[in-house]
Design a protein around this ligand. Structure first.
Ligand code: UDP
Length: 254
């Protein structure tokens, strides 16, 4: 296969130029970071699992009419996506108090919130992704009020759907982070779901025992990190057929 041009390398993914204009290839790495990249590590097989989990969730969301950047999975570690203009926001939805919300507001982790709460963070590594309000977002032109209306509508639908989907396999969707992008088709602009949805950016707890099956196992040194990601894939019915031996995948092409 021809060498592709690398466009961007993030903490957990690499973006390559896609085979056709307007497409990109997302390569999922095993690298993991936490606490604004102060903690770094590798979770063996994470990239393969996240590629599958994100493919599965994006497809299910597509089926209920949520527009996404996902086109198709190419191989163990890569998926083809539409090139979008990323809106520089991390949109966090919370159903249960955990992480920074629990710490900041002094709410016991695990407390069910009175209703789902959406928060926005400005995507900026140098500033450590500060929390921002709608006022900041519209004043600085990161998104318009109309864009934000679309983002909130989509986010709430994604939350409702994924909460039900995960509950069906015995998992509580505690919180998660979404990213959106602008996609132009002719002269029309649409906001679409982008990035990935995986245990890297969701908190997923066993509905009965509360056991964590997400990146908190890495962040908090809880051990059995790979097993947590595998369990999510297993419950969703998408663990690679050959099991753990299948998890190495091809080498990244530079
Ligand atoms: N999250 C993420 N990327 C970030 C920050 C948060 O994907 O840069 C996700 C995180 O996995 C969790 C949710 O957003 O599911 C809420 O995270 P929180 O604000 O509690 O921050 P944390 O405690 O993870 O630092």
């Amino acid at each position: 296969m021809a060498r592709r041009r690398q466009l961007y390398e993030g903490k957990a993914k690499i973006l390559f130029e896609g085979p056709e204009p307007g497409t990109l290839v997302q390569y999922f790495k095993d690298d993991a970071t936490a606490f604004n990249a102060q903690k770094r590590g590798t979770i063996t097989g994470k990239g393969v699992l996240n590629n599958r989990i994100s493919e599965y969730l994006m497809q299910r969301l597509g089926e209920i009419g949520i527009p996404t950047h996902f086109i198709r999975r190419l191989n163990m570690r890569e998926q083809l996506v539409r090139e979008v203009e990323i809106i520089p926001l991390e949109v966090v939805v919370r159903n249960v108090a955990a992480g920074s919300l629990a710490t900041r507001l002094g709410i016991q982790e695990g407390t069910r919130l009175p209703r789902s709460i959406i928060e926005y963070y400005y995507k900026n590594d140098a500033l450590q992704d500060p929390m921002v309000s709608e006022e900041h977002i519209t004043a600085f032109g990161w998104a318009s009020t109309h864009d934000l209306d679309d983002i909130v509508q989509l986010t709430l639908r994604v939350n409702d759907f994924l909460s039900g989907l995960f509950l069906g396999v015995g998992i509580t969707l505690v919180d998660f982070k979404l990213e959106f992008g602008r996609l132009w088709e002719n002269d029309e602009m649409r906001i679409v779901l982008a990035d990935e949805i995986s245990p890297d950016n969701c908190r997923l707890w066993d509905a009965k025992t509360g056991e964590k099956m997400d990146k908190d196992r890495f962040r908090r040194d809880l051990g059995k990190v790979e097993e947590g990601y595998q369990e999510v894939a297993r419950r969703l019915g998408i663990l690679p057929e050959a099991g753990i031996r299948d998890l190495k995948g091809p080498e990244v092409m530079q």
